[in-house]
Design a binder for this molecule. Structure first.
Ligand code: B12
Ligand code: SF4
Length: 590
């Protein structure tokens, strides 16, 4: 059966009622599924990069597999080949993430001008269905499994509806194998992509996944996954799950069943995976060679803000070490511009990656994706700069950061891309006696090609100062320390124990908008510590800092010498008989 739409080449686009009247029976209904290209001078990928690091998404191959066999279905990935806008087709299906939306709408318009109906689905259309409907004939909200065949029937009957949304999430049983045969296999690093689960048990505020899948975490039957993997040619497989270890018993079973196949695989997981040694061991034994991990931030406050406190910053180094012990390469997702990020975040994070030999750091600027709690918060606070979706690409500032200006965030990010993939940084991260050294270098080379295309950036001027102001100062003489409640530490040591730390810890945050440096002090201060503190403040401050706020709230003990010294220098003030913060606007001149 072939159906075609009988309309003259009209513009403006077709309404579904015109489509309804115009269908005529002919053999072989033909559907073209399109993945729009993302074209950006800095972010989009060349064919060479696609060949080196890009794997196929399962979106359109899944949709093609769901399409009844009597229908002629084809896939165009516009990143690889031009779209034939003159093609004689009965329906065009377009997918797209948020950043693809403008191009997806352009494509839709071109086909609709010829009277060809267009349906759009995927992350963007599902989050902004009303907007998408202005550009296409039908919008699919959420998963297509339960509605795609019905939509095709409606098309045949000339009764395409404006919106389609399944009543429930689909069953994970009996997925048809994705139509990988419709892809230009040789153009990607691999098309061996398999999905084992959908959703994630967590709900990070910036992530689209929970918004899309709700709070569900569904797993495919292990036997079906194993059968699909067995059918794939070649040694390497990508599991395109959002969190492959979201259900530990399931993951353990899956990894156990994968082991005999002798494949190598890569996937994504939350850092919680590293807390289960048995799971990690099974992952490695079943062939896991690299994992994308959402590290996101080195600040516990940031993680708390975005509902990701399950990432434990003090455990990061150990978690990374354990992964390396299992010879698993780490792709760490790191986000910049969160509310506790100041100008020091770029350098601090890069040095962390180098110290811990993170093989492939992936840097992202915080991006509020429509539908997420982060988007709602930013919108209600009036912090979104615009809704030009093409710029919601993770490499462009689209909101007002809290502690930095937009320019500082953008330039710092650009600096990070270039510096993070400079040869110096690459060697710091990969030069180590380890297996697959060349794989690590080659992957870095591919990432370097992308990262170096970032626009010029520079390290914010305060970065060095902020590193010094976020530091530990060791103490020399702890005998004379007096606890802030008045007792001499040496006498009370037993009761106070480790509370009276032998170090002074500095935690600084610079608010560029207020031109204020906040320094929270924690631990104890003796004369040496006080001296070092004053030295750092005097030597380090720049014109950009108009005010320094020292917070002594968490200092548990002072030596009397330190107290006299700091008071004399005007760093300490007494308020209602208690030691409190000192506000000193003119430190540079002392
Ligand atoms: C694999 C993947 C990638 C690969 C893509 C490789 C490639 N060839 O494009 C890589 C790792 C490179 C990547 C990059 C990025 N990704 Co990505 N990626 C994914 C991931 C993990 C799987 C995609 C997939 O295959 N899903 C399986 C298929 C079956 O599901 P699906 O795509 O949702 O399709 C179903 C429905 O949506 C619907 N549907 C979809 N399209 C259509 C179209 C029609 C016509 C119909 C009827 C139905 C329909 O039917 C399908 C079956 O139910 C998803 C997460 C996810 N769970 O989907 C993130 C995801 C799509 N990525 C996301 C993001 C943000 C990005 C980046 C922008 C990140 C960044 N800042 O750099 C980049 C953009 C890259 C680019 N330039 O295109 C977000 C998108 C959020 C959003 N609202 O836009 C997701 C959802 C992850 C997340 N945590 O939020 N990604
Ligand atoms: S753990 Fe990862 S996939 Fe899960 S909600 Fe958070 S960011 Fe999304």
């Amino acid at each position: 059966m072939r159906y075609s739409v009988f309309v003259s080449k009209i513009s403006p686009p077709l309404s579904s009622s015109i489509i309804r009247e115009g269908l005529k029976e002919e053999p072989n209904l033909k559907i073209r599924l399109i993945d729009p290209a993302y074209r950006d001078p800095f972010v989009s990928h060349t064919q060479k990069v696609i060949k080196n690091i890009w794997f196929a998404r399962l979106t359109l191959t899944t949709l093609a597999a769901l399409t009844p066999p009597d229908i002629d279905v084809g896939i165009t990935d516009e990143n690889l080949e031009a779209i034939d806008f003159e093609e004689d087709v009965d329906l065009v299906g377009v997918t797209g993430m948020v950043l693809h939306a403008p191009r997806a709408y352009e494509i839709a318009e071109r086909f609709r001008q010829r009277g060809i109906p267009v349906v759009m689905g995927g992350p963007h259309a599902s989050s902004c269905p009303i907007e998408a409907k202005e550009h296409v004939d039908a919008v699919v909200i959420g998963e297509a499994e339960n509605i795609w065949k019905g939509l095709i029937e409606d098309l045949k009957n000339g009764s395409l509806k404006p919106f389609y949304k399944a009543d429930a999430f689909c069953s994970m049983k009996g997925f048809p194998p994705p139509r990988l045969d419709l892809l230009r296999k040789e153009a990607y690093m691999t098309v061996n992509c398999v999905q084992t689960t959908r959703g994630c048990p967590y709900q990070c505020d910036f992530c689209h996944v929970t918004h899309f899948f709700g709070k569900t975490y569904r797993c495919r039957p292990v036997e079906e996954v194993v059968e699909e993997v067995k059918r794939l040619e070649g040694e390497f497989v990508v599991f395109i799950d959002d969190n492959i270890a979201g259900n530990r018993p399931y993951a353990k079973e899956l990894f156990t069943q994968l082991k005999p196949l002798g494949k190598k695989w890569a996937s994504q997981a939350s850092m919680t995976l590293t807390r289960d040694p048995e799971l990690l061991k099974l992952a490695a034994e079943s062939g896991c060679v690299s994992l994308f991990l959402g590290v996101e931030s080195l600040s516990p406050e940031n993680l708390k803000d975005v509902n990701k406190s399950f990432n434990q910053v003090p455990q990061y180094e150990e978690a990374i070490r354990i992964l390396h012990d299992h010879d698993i390469m780490i792709l760490a997702g790191l986000i910049f511009g969160l509310d506790h990020d100041d100008e020091g975040v770029f350098e601090k994070t890069l040095r962390f990656c180098e110290r811990n030999r993170i093989e492939l750091p992936s840097f992202f600027i915080l991006t509020p994706l429509p539908g997420t709690p982060l988007f709602q918060r930013m919108e209600s606070q009036g912090r979104l700069l615009h809704k030009d979706w093409g710029k919601y690409n993770g490499a462009t500032v689209v909101f007002k950061p809290r502690l930095m200006t937009e320019e500082t965030l953008q330039r710092g990010f650009n600096w990070l891309c270039k510096e993070g993939y400079s040869w110096r940084s690459i060697f710091r991260r990969v030069l180590h006696p380890q297996q697959r050294f060349f794989t690590r270098v080659l992957s870095n080379l591919a990432y370097r090609n992308i990262a170096l295309r970032a626009p010029e950036g520079h390290i914010p001027s305060l970065s060095r100062i902020l590193q010094k102001m976020n530091d530990t100062i060791p103490l020399q003489n702890t005998r004379d320390l007096i606890h802030t409640v008045g007792e001499k530490i040496t006498e009370k040591r037993a009761q106070i124990g480790q509370k009276a730390a032998d170090t002074l810890q500095l935690y600084s945050t610079y608010n560029e908008r207020l031109k204020t440096l906040f320094i929270r002090l924690e631990g104890s201060i003796d004369r040496k510590g006080a001296n070092e503190l004053v030295k750092r403040l005097r030597g380090g401050l720049s014109d950009k800092i108009e005010q320094v706020i020292l917070d002594f709230k968490d200092v548990r003990a002072f030596s009397s010498e330190a107290m006299t010294f700091l008071s004399r220098k005007g760093f300490l003030q007494m308020e209602e008989g208690k030691l409190c913060r000192s506000i000193d606007p003119s430190l540079q001149n002392q």
